[in-house]
Design a protein. Sequence first.
Length: 269
Amino acid sequence: MMSLAMYFPSAHAQDGNVSPSYFGPNALPPPEMLDGIVYTRLHAELAFDLHKGYHGDLTKTIFAKLNIPLFSSRVNLSLWMPVVEFYSNTAESLAWQGSPGRKFKGNEIGNLYISTDIQLLRQTRTRPDIVVRAAVVTASGDSEEYARYYDAPAYFFDASIAKSADIGDGFFTCVCFIFNGGFLCWQTGKSVQNDAYMYGFKIRLSTLVADVSAAWQGYTGWQRNGDRPMVFRVEAVFRVGRFRPLGAFEHGIRDYPFNRVRVGLGYEF
């Protein structure tokens, strides 16, 4: 794996760079895109993430998500969180992070994300699905001294535009193309914040047993200190009654030096 030092050879967390390249994988990853729709039923999900860092570090995370329909079928309240992570560093990963705490192993509580998801338009023959989202990121994971989480809040706004097409009555039923764009902001100092634009493209293929998707997405900040994470994700969500078993893989392309494997189980109430 090519070292990311070619991009930012001298920047480290201890130098004041509050950016995803030098923190843990759950500090501020690119938020997963919406598919142009909101949940019309209560949805809960519990998952296990395994992040393998490019510098030999390893992070195991218990992840939880809850989507709650509100006063309308067009509005969701969504909450998600890396509930707790267990990590182990190497000498190489600590040198890369520049972590003053020099902590080789530990566990930390993560940040809680809270968003309101609003369905602006529903797909017809000529128009797409459009969903907008407003989210805040709490600072509940305040272990900045170990380069795990930012000890600062964040927020983002984004929109997802999706257009689906039926492809038959056989095993493959539908294909959907989704575009995402938005704005992300997080505090990096007492009077400084980093502003980033978000982007993404996703293809979802629906079959009789599962939805399979591939997404390319990220965000780009203005400080250029490791704040331009870009990732590629593939995911399969199966339908077994009301249960939603899932599996996913994510590869960090730029400023996100991790590969992630996720296995989980969702439930539609």
